[in-house]
Write a protein that binds this ligand. Structure first.
Ligand SMILES: Cc1cc2nc3c(=O)[nH]c(=O)nc-3n(C[C@H](O)[C@H](O)[C@H](O)COP(=O)(O)O)c2cc1C
Length: 198
């Protein structure tokens, strides 16, 4: 099986980059192949422009979008890794999702988010976040992000099972960070396991 990891961080020494590497290590340890899209290193253009508007339902014709869609098409599971920015996706990931998972290619059933045009495959979000996990739950951020990303975005894309893992306390102690990296490794190792959080 082939697993695509999409990393959004400009710094190869960042915690997010380490999370992506450990996830991919887990994938390979389980005997699968791993491919990385490093959005910053590859200088992906996240801006949704008139070219995207004019492509209207045929975004695959845009060279950069078509290339990313081909990478998704040959993947059996997809993992997005990005730091939580203002309770949302950083601009690069947001633009990649906006432009690449396009109407007419990823979905067309606005009334039924489960009717994706893409085949079903596991999807996971690994999201380092500065906040503590109790704060995430108590203030409702975890539920809000789950609704938006798991039901919303990943639902439209037909990913299944789908899983959101907030790596809370990512700026904490070395022990905490080591724990989070170990969780990332396990997430990679178990990406195709039944009941992996759904
Ligand atoms: C612009 C910006 C916005 C951020 N917004 C949030 C936030 O809304 N919630 C949160 O828990 N952490 C937030 N953080 C903290 C980052 O999520 C945290 O620093 C990051 O996960 C650390 O990973 P890194 O070393 O890979 O950058 C923010 C950081 C930056 C730079």
């Amino acid at each position: 099986m082939h697993v695509l990891t999409v990393l959004d961080h400009p710094d190869p020494a960042s915690f997010s980059a380490a999370v992506a590497r450990r996830f991919m290590d887990g994938v390979e340890t389980a005997g699968h192949s791993a491919e990385l899209i490093d959005l910053h290193a590859e200088a992906f253009d996240p801006r949704w422009t008139m070219a995207d508007v004019e492509a209207d339902g045929n975004a695959s014709a845009l060279a950069d979008v078509g290339r990313e869609q081909a990478r998704i098409s040959r993947s059996d599971a997809i993992c997005l890794v990005f730091p939580l920015f203002w309770w949302g996706m950083p601009a690069m990931t947001k633009g990649w999702v906006d432009r690449v998972w396009s109407w007419g290619w990823a979905y067309d059933q606005l009334d039924d988010p489960e009717l994706s045009l893409q085949r079903s495959r596991p999807g996971i979000l690994l999201v380092p976040a500065g906040a503590r996990s109790d704060e995430m739950e108590e203030k409702g951020y975890l539920a809000a992000l789950g609704t938006a990303w798991i039901q919303g975005t990943f639902g439209y894309f037909g990913l299944s099972p789908r899983r959101l893992k907030l790596l809370c306390g990512s700026e904490g102690s070395p022990e905490r960070r080591a724990q989070l990296l170990e969780q990332s490794f396990q997430a990679g190792r178990e990406v195709f396991s039944a009941g992996n959080g759904g």
